[in-house]
Design a protein around this ligand. Structure first.
Ligand SMILES: Cc1cc2nc3c(=O)[nH]c(=O)nc-3n(C[C@H](O)[C@H](O)[C@H](O)COP(=O)(O)O)c2cc1C
Length: 370
């Protein structure tokens, strides 16, 4: 099990991940993403190790998942090795079928940093080492770490990563910004590429990857990449045109088999522009409905209605009438109500269902909503 990631690299050539996102990447979202991109690996939103140890309710809410989400990695955060080790034992229970544990050494939130969790472990390297070691001793699951290029610009990334490798981390993801850099910062990949030359474990790039093509161009000798925010407006961003073409000699393509080139896909080559798939309004509405239904299955109704609203609006980002529906989508309070709004869009735009909003194929002037 500890060589899980090495085996995955032999199989897939490059590893493509759905980046962990608190308050977004729950079981329902992961199922929606895997429906359109079955080849990705997903890491859960972060959970407190202490919370998992002290709340059976939390463990039984967040660890069970659908088969389609496998292999699923659970991300945890905390500050002391003892609670990490106890949480690892719970997560490793075979009944949950979890594939790995990822340690959050990423989180920049003031509250988290001040109390020595998350990214502050970058400046508390001995504890970081002990946490990874303790986790490895507590479980057969592979232990990975998601961290940053630096805490405040003054740390040595290579020394930190080597330290984690020595503690038997089996994969490391580097978010390309320091804890203090703003979202506007443009990433420089040079030192991250350099890192892989000095480490035996796979290094994964994370920051501002827009789609599969963009990731493959940036990743070079690194083991893979992770996409977070870009999935909001295009869940199909992980799909590669080469997978549809069944051609393995094209640039950027791994030449290995994915579920797409086994004949299971309805995606058509002509709907890729510059290697990026642009979903039709029909496909977007279908995924919105699937996601809403899965969220009801996995969460209780009140929590569901608070959580689904942000997703429904995001799915329609390129739809020119999103504003006309926004108010209703962000106040929806039942599955029935959400499906009725989705059906109303289907009905009003029935002549446009196969057009692609992100390509501007639906013009605002074409439909009179009154
Ligand atoms: C709303 C939100 C929640 C996030 N939650 C987590 C988290 O729980 N764990 C983590 O390691 N990173 C978290 N991240 C960071 C993302 O995993 C990722 O590093 C970041 O979005 C940069 O990748 P991107 O440019 O592809 O979006 C979060 C980011 C956002 C915007």
């Amino acid at each position: 099990m500890k060589d899980f990631w090495k085996k995955q690299i032999e199989k897939h050539w490059k590893l493509v991940f759905l980046a962990p996102m608190d308050w977004y990447w729950d079981s329902a979202y992961r199922q929606a993403m895997k429906k359109v991109a079955p080849h990705i690996f997903s890491i859960s939103e972060f959970y407190s190790a202490d919370g998992l140890v002290h709340s059976k309710f939390l463990a039984d809410s967040v660890l069970p998942h659908d088969k389609s989400e496998d292999p699923l990695v659970i991300q945890i955060f905390w500050k002391d090795p003892e609670n990490f080790a106890k949480a690892a034992k719970i997560i490793s229970d075979p009944k949950y079928n979890i594939a790995g544990i990822d340690v959050n050494m990423w989180c920049p939130a003031k509250k988290v940093v001040r109390s020595w969790h998350g990214s502050s472990l970058m400046i508390n390297v001995e504890t970081a080492f002990e946490i990874v070691r303790a986790l490895n001793e507590a479980t057969h699951l592979p232990i990975s770490v998601k961290t940053r290029r630096s805490f405040d610009g003054n740390q040595d990334l290579l020394a930190f990563a080597k330290w984690l490798e020595e503690a038997w981390a089996s994969l490391i993801t580097i978010h390309g910004r320091t804890m203090k850099q703003a979202y506007t910062w443009v990433a420089d990949w040079t030192d991250i590429h350099e890192l892989q030359k000095h480490l035996k474990i796979p290094v994964i790039w994370n920051w501002d990857v827009q789609n599969y093509k963009d990731g493959m161009e940036k990743v070079k000798d690194l083991a893979g990449f992770m996409i977070g925010r870009a999935t909001f407006w295009n869940p199909w961003c992980f799909v590669s045109q080469a997978d549809i073409d069944e051609i393995d000699s094209l640039p950027l393509h791994s030449g290995t088999s994915t579920p797409f080139n086994k004949g299971g896909s309805n995606l058509k080559k002509e709907n890729f522009i510059d290697w990026v798939y642009h979903p039709s309004l029909r496909e977007i509405l279908e995924l919105m409905q699937f996601h809403a239904e899965k969220l009801v299955e996995t969460k209780w109704e009140k929590k569901w209605s608070l959580e689904i609203r942000k997703h429904l609006v995001q799915y329609l980002k390129h739809f020119p009438w999103v504003k006309a529906y926004r108010k209703r989508l962000v106040t929806t309070d039942s599955l029935e109500n959400s499906i009725s709004i989705i059906n109303e869009i289907r009905d009003t735009f029935k002549d446009f269902l196969d057009k692609r909003p992100s390509l501007g194929e639906i013009e605002k002037e074409e439909v009179d909503l009154n």
